[in-house]
Design a protein around this ligand. Structure first.
Ligand SMILES: O=c1[nH]cc([C@@H]2O[C@H](COP(=O)(O)OP(=O)(O)OP(=O)(O)O)[C@@H](O)[C@H]2O)c(=O)[nH]1
Length: 675
């Protein structure tokens, strides 16, 4: 029968070893499909695989497909299936991929912890993955029975859906018998369209038994391939493991490219072999993935693999290779000097930013979120603007991937609904408006800022701003609230990363100094139910926090106390937090603040700092370096500088976690004897 023929054509899972919960085996590099993929990835991955060869790598998955796929690149690993139950509350995640990433992370961490406790040797690296299917805003996992498989497949029939696989790479370290972990995670999305499925075909497929252990109830690599009209994106991602993205991550972690080889990098695939030709451990010690050595990272964000460095958040806004040289038809990298794509991209950057700002200010994304699809003329009438101007703005937003344009009109992209509509949970609206009203005018005076080495508040606003809320400019309620809204949107976006970078469950009380609207505090009390957090901020800030509080969340363990952290005593706490504070102040002010914290912090208690951590050369990530151009009195710091700073004020066992997102985290414990 046709079905059987398809089954035989491509079924990597068949014939592979079945793995029980207790299975833990060494898999050799000599897997059957290694020939093709090993050849492709082995070139660029060879140095990485060499590094991993001496490490104990564990795949925390029972999926035979994942084992097969990883095996195919020649990676040596053991299999220890995770016992983590996939029961995270889906509605608590802003997007499906965040759910998949978190599940992958929990799977890997469970195995890391179990092996650390039960086995003699802690693994060096644990890999976890989770695959889900989303359709019509529903998340589909593995069906529980045939009826469930039927429900899933009939939902998918005739439609396009997304397959997300979240992956977590956990680096483990056993220190004083305590397990320390560093998590790198990412996700990949693939779009799959199903043909219209007849009831007969559907049931025939279900009775084959294939759907039962597969996300969404189908196996694209086998019989399920028959149901598929098209696949956009990484096929192996649908099968359960985004190999290409994974390989890129490994290369990125272990061999960031040095400056002089940047032009060899092909951005949307595994870097070509030239990228690594001169690398050796001596010149680029990459034994720890913590430090970023290269001038430019391929992609340090956790965004979709097609998300670019110039992208304001959407997966399809600007493709990453828009800034990079491309491979010509003969597979040769074009000389970047022939066509200065990257320079042109930078040159146009201000136009793109301003289009985003204006569309946000005119509430275009709010309108389209509520109305669905609209013609330019309808948008123009509602936002009180000219039709020709609105049409150009909408086209610009569509070109940047913020909107979608069809014959029916314009509609929001997924990221616009999530991040640009002002009322959405993860909205960046506040920060965008702040960027337009505050940062844009400041940056128009960049030349003077550079010449004078000072902030340009006076030129931009006619005001001085030594102390934000004490300057008359900031006395205006509107300016205050705009500033708070900006801080709130960034804090909300980063809160989960900051709250989960380290296990903080040992602390009973925390004090978030300069915690503004309490966005981080609210995340912390959700994550750690036994934790009480006090937000300590200026009276002008505390007076305005009420309308930033979450409606449906239990916020009782969060309290607000007003005061000036330079002058006033702050509340006692087991854990002090400084999120996005240190980079803003002079060394003198930092000395005042850290001395106070050090004195207030009891031995064994801790200080958590959230900042963007610069690489050793202090030129990555660009976001931090560009922020410095505002010429505030403070400065951005590298990992070793933060470590030294904390140690200077009596904090020890300093750990740094590069989250790969907006903010990185640093945790230090107060030493027994004071400094
Ligand atoms: O087309 C295909 N789609 C999905 C799959 C397989 O489906 C499962 C997804 O489930 P999950 O991510 O929860 O992983 P598990 O199998 O439960 O293993 P873990 O131990 O890692 O939790 C996955 O096996 C995919 O391979 C498929 O085969 N084809």
């Amino acid at each position: 029968m046709r079905m059987r023929a398809v089954w035989r054509l491509w079924s990597p899972g068949r014939g592979s070893r079945s793995v029980g919960d207790s299975a833990r085996r060494r898999i050799n590099a000599s897997c059957p499909r290694a020939a093709y993929l090993g050849l492709l990835a082995g070139m660029a991955l060879k140095p990485v695989l060499g590094k991993l060869g001496s490490k104990r790598v564990v795949l925390a998955s029972a999926s035979p497909r994942r084992q097969e796929i990883l095996c195919s690149v020649g990676l040596r690993f053991e299999v220890v299936p995770s016992w983590f139950k996939e029961t995270l509350e889906k509605s608590s995640f802003a997007t499906p991929y965040k759910y998949a990433i978190e599940t992958a992370k929990q799977k890997a961490l469970e195995v890391a912890n179990r092996m650390h406790v039960k086995h003699l040797r802690t693994p060096d690296i644990v890999i976890g993955a989770d695959t889900i299917v989303t359709v019509d805003e529903h998340i589909l996992e593995k069906p529980i029975d045939k009826q469930d498989a039927y429900r899933m497949l009939s939902r998918l029939s005739g439609k396009e859906h997304s397959v997300f696989t979240g992956v977590a790479i956990v680096h483990c370290n056993s220190k004083d018998n305590r397990l320390e972990t560093e998590v790198t995670d990412f996700y990949e999305e693939t779009k799959v369209k199903f043909a219209d499925l007849s009831e007969e075909l559907l049931w025939e497929y279900i009775h084959s038994g294939e759907p039962m252990d597969k996300a969404g109830g189908y196996g694209i690599q086998a019989l399920g391939g028959m149901l598929v009209e098209y696949v956009h994106g990484d096929f192996l991602n649908v099968v359960g493991f985004p190999l290409n993205h994974f390989c890129k991550k490994l290369v990125e972690l272990y061999y960031p490219p040095p400056k002089h080889t940047i032009h060899h990098i092909k951005h949307d695939s595994i870097p070509s072999v030239e990228t690594f030709e001169n690398l050796s451990d001596e010149e680029n010690d990459s034994s720890s993935p913590l430090q970023y050595k290269g001038a430019i990272k391929l992609d340090r964000s956790k965004t979709h693999s097609s998300g670019g460095v110039c992208s304001p958040g959407s997966s399809n806004i600007i493709k990453p290779n828009c800034m990079m040289p491309v491979e010509n038809q003969n597979g040769v990298m074009e000389n970047p000097d022939k066509f200065p794509s990257k320079i042109l991209e930078l040159l146009d950057g201000f136009r793109a930013s301003k289009a985003l700002f204006v569309a946000s200010k005119l509430k275009v994304f709010d309108l389209l979120k509520n109305k669905g699809v609209l013609q330019a003329v309808d948008v123009a009438n509602t936002i009180n603007s000219s039709v020709c101007g609105t049409e150009r703005l909408l086209d610009a937003c569509a070109a940047l991937g913020l909107l979608e344009k069809t014959l029916q009109g314009y509609s929001n992209s997924d990221s616009a609904n999530i991040y640009l509509a002002s009322d959405s949970e993860d909205s960046l609206h506040g920060y965008i408006i702040h960027s337009d009203d505050h940062l844009w005018p400041l940056f128009t005076h960049l030349e003077s800022a550079v010449k004078e080495g000072t902030m340009q508040n006076y030129r931009a606003f006619g005001k001085k701003s030594e102390n934000l809320f004490q300057d008359s400019y900031y006395q205006s309620m509107e300016v205050k609230q705009r500033f708070m809204a900006a801080m709130h949107s960034i804090a909300k976006l980063t809160a989960k990363d900051v709250a989960t970078a380290f296990d903080l469950s040992q602390f009973r009380s925390a004090c978030d100094l300069g915690g503004c609207t309490g966005a981080l505090a609210n995340e912390l009390v959700q994550k750690y139910p036994n934790l009480k957090v006090t937000v300590f901020d200026l009276p002008e800030v505390i007076a305005n926090v009420s309308h930033f509080q979450p409606v449906r969340q239990h916020t009782a363990p969060v309290t607000f106390t007003s005061g000036d952290f330079f002058k006033d005593n702050f509340p006692e706490a087991d854990l002090y937090i400084l999120s996005r504070i240190l980079h803003d102040w002079t060394d003198e002010k930092i000395h005042m603040l850290l001395s106070k914290i050090s004195a207030a912090c009891k031995p064994g208690n801790a200080l958590l700092v959230a900042e963007i951590v610069l690489n050793k050369e202090k030129i990555y990530p660009p976001r931090a370096v560009l922020q410095s151009l505002s010429m505030t009195e403070g400065k951005q710091r590298s990992a070793s500088e933060y470590k030294q700073l904390l140690e200077k004020y009596g904090f020890t066992s300093v750990q740094i976690k590069i989250t790969g997102n907006f903010l990185d985290t640093i945790l230090g414990f107060r030493k027994l004897s004071s400094h």
